[in-house]
Design a protein. Sequence first.
Length: 93
Amino acid sequence: MITEKPVNERLQWFLDRIGKRVFRNHAGCPCVICKKVYEQGFVIVDASHAEYVHDNEADYAASGHPLRYFDTKEQALAYEAENPLPNQQKLES
Ligand SMILES: [Zn+2]
């Protein structure tokens, strides 16, 4: 991994939210952790966590899955309605 990568705008978004809760649209993964994150969001604990989440989002984008993080669950659900995942499975909750 490159250690001196410039802080891009999207990474800055995550860094600005350290200590805050974020939400995301459905990742298309039915595991317990993803289900919990989808329903409750999670708190970004520190800078390395912010980077991890940012990289995760970028990885999904690269694989064609529009996974994105938002300040509110409402925003995440609105995004999800506009960008359904190709392999999205509707989960009973
Ligand atoms: Zn999962």
